[in-house]
Design a binder for this molecule. Structure first.
Ligand code: ADP
Length: 569
């Protein structure tokens, strides 16, 4: 390219200095002869290719810009050459795809190649003769965009990879969820099986307890009959042993029965506001004879308490009785036993404090466990090792808590905490069990005993043998009992609740509905002595309720009431 004409500022239409203009243009331009010799370059091109004009003008394009020999994948020369040849052949511009075309650094700077990406366009410049005179090679350095795009592509790939990993995770999670559901199902099945087994165990224990009671009734019954007559001291001692062991066995059975009832969820509670004063007075009076016998002073610091707790009256009494009798059993000689209350706002705490030996920390951790007597089994003190365990279950069934504070050598305080109840709503306690005196004297010598167990009949027959003026009529079935009652109009009927042909309750109702039998007092004798059962039978018209094993003296007292009723006032 020859030197151009300078700009004439006076007259802008004057010819321009095209060479200067071309070289200063803000773009990377190279002008090639058709044989690819470099004939011109813009300053910008020189700058981006790190070259000097005088170094490159007149030299072949590929001599100046060879492929990077260190890059075996380099194909810049080949692609550019192909494009330039296309321009020559087709005589039209040719836009190339982005090229990696590394730039050699000047020798002075180490002669290395610098990685570069280019977007080239090659265009023909025609002479007046229509022949291609020059080739214009324009490049844009897109290294930065390229890198960014690559980075973007890399990130996109990374994102894609993460996405796939996430999808896999989701699939894995779904799979393990399914597994979890399966094992949850297995767990539920196992839980159901365990619960069924537990129910079966409780059911078995409950049945066993019931079955064990029947022969025990006979042992205790005849043992007591023996006691009614004078015996020599040896026989007396033997009978004492029989009765003591029998009663111990009965306690065990009762407690196991209670525990299994709680565990199988068959313990029926009748929750109501219970006056603490009444309950405490009752239990304190119950244990007073035992306290006197042992020389232990009994204090009840609750006399003026007008407070009610939400509880099942009978069960609460059972728990307190157990704590009080423990406080007497495990006390020091001439010690004291105190019952007190503490107001905890929403709850009331009942405390039973003794002056016994106290319980070590280790012992405290074993309390409330069935059959663990903490070594008391080696002493004279009698017990089953079930009392506290049962008390705990009963208390918790009533929504309360139970615990102990103890110092070895000083004594123990057992406490029961129950929710407070509204005083106003406390109902009057159940009326005391009453005996309805017979109104007819016609058949006062006859007592009907409706009971299917022959051994029990044998015990009662023996007892009544002591009252020769009484004729005992046994009935082994409910319907037979009803017929005999109507026929004989006995002075008193003893009624068992478990009969082979009909429930004892229905027999009672039938007796109370028939005019011939409505006035005859019916005393229920049953092993099932739950408070709910007792109230149901009393409400249906039963005169009294005796629990089995029968207390022989109580049984005799009941029939002797008949005679008193006959005595003129
Ligand atoms: P039992 O009295 O029939 O053995 P419990 O379940 O009532 O069974 O009590 C378990 C054990 O806890 C008792 O054997 C006794 O060793 C201990 N224990 C209970 N109450 C007291 C107490 N007030 N003082 C010291 N030890 C006690």
């Amino acid at each position: 390219m020859g030197s151009g004409v300078r700009v004439n500022m006076e007259n802008p239409l004057m010819p321009l200095d095209y060479q200067l203009l071309f070289e200063s243009i803000p773009g990377n331009y190279l002008v090639l002869a058709p044989d690819f010799t470099i004939v011109g370059a813009s300053d910008a091109y020189l700058a981006v290719t790190l070259t000097q004009r005088e170094q490159i003008i007149g030299r072949g394009l590929f001599e100046v810009f060879p492929d990077n020999p260190d890059d075996p994948t380099a194909e810049g020369v080949e692609k550019l050459s192909a494009s330039l040849h296309r321009v020559l052949a087709f005589r039209r511009p040719d836009a190339m795809a982005i090229q990696k075309y590394d730039i050699p650094l000047p020798e002075a700077e180490g002669g290395r190649f610098v990685e570069r990406y280019w977007s080239p366009v090659n265009a023909p410049v025609f002479g007046p003769d229509g022949k291609i005179r020059y080739l214009i090679h324009r490049v844009e350095d897109v290294t930065t965009q390229w890198r960014l795009e690559q980075l973007g592509a890399e990130q996109a790939r990374e994102l894609e990879r993460l996405n796939r990993a996430l999808e896999q995770r989701a699939l894995d999670l779904e799979a393990s969820n399914t597994e979890l559901q399966a094992s949850q199902h297995d767990l539920l099945v196992a839980k159901d099986a365990a619960e069924a087994a537990n129910r079966a165990k409780s059911e078995f224990l409950s049945r066993m307890s019931h079955e064990l009671r029947t022969p025990l009734n006979v042992i205790l019954g005849f043992g007591q009959i023996l006691q009614l007559d004078p015996m020599d001291p040896e026989q007396e001692e033997a009978v004492d042993h029989i009765l003591k062991a029998g009663r111990h066995l009965l306690d065990l059975i009762d407690e196991i029965l209670n525990i299994s009832r709680i565990e199988s969820g068959r313990l029926q509670l009748s929750m109501e506001p219970v006056h603490l004063n009444e309950v405490i007075t009752e239990v304190v009076e119950l244990v007073r004879p035992l306290a006197n016998q042992r020389g232990i002073t009994l204090h009840a610091e609750t006399a003026d308490w007008q407070v009610c707790v939400h509880a099942d009256r009978q069960r609460l009494k059972q728990v307190l009785l157990n704590l009080l009798s423990n406080g007497l059993k495990y006390n020091s000689e001439h010690g004291s036993l105190t019952v007190s209350c503490a107001d905890h706002g929403q709850t009331i705490r009942l405390l039973v404090t003794d002056t016994g030996p106290g319980i070590t920390r280790e012992g405290q951790s074993r309390l409330f466990k069935p059959f663990d007597r903490l070594g008391a089994e080696a002493t004279e003190v009698e017990g089953t090792g079930l009392g506290l365990s049962l008390s705990k279950r009963l208390t918790e069934a009533m929504g309360g808590t139970i615990g102990v504070q103890s110092r070895v050598g000083h004594g123990s305080t057992f406490w029961v905490e129950l929710p407070r109840a509204q005083v106003e709503s406390a109902p009057a306690p159940l009326p005391a069990v009453r005996i309805v005196r017979p109104t007819t004297k016609a058949s006062r010598h006859k007592v009907l005993y409706i009971e299917d167990n022959l051994a029990n009949i044998a015990v009662v027959e023996r007892v009544f043998a002591r009252r020769p003026h009484i004729e005992l009529i046994p009935a082994l079935q409910g319907q037979v009992g009803l017929d005999l009652a109507r026929e004989h109009r006995p002075a008193l009927i003893f009624l068992d609740l478990h009969l082979p042909d009909m429930p004892g309750f229905d027999v009672l109702q039938a007796l109370k509905e028939h005019p011939a039998t409505v006035a005859i007092p019916v005393v229920v004798a049953s092993a099932d002595a739950t408070p709910a059962q007792i109230s149901r039978l009393l409400a249906a018209g039963a005169a009294n309720y005796l629990t089995k094993p029968l207390d022989i003296r109580e049984l005799l007292a009941t029939v002797d009431e008949l005679d008193k009723a006959d005595d003129p006032q």
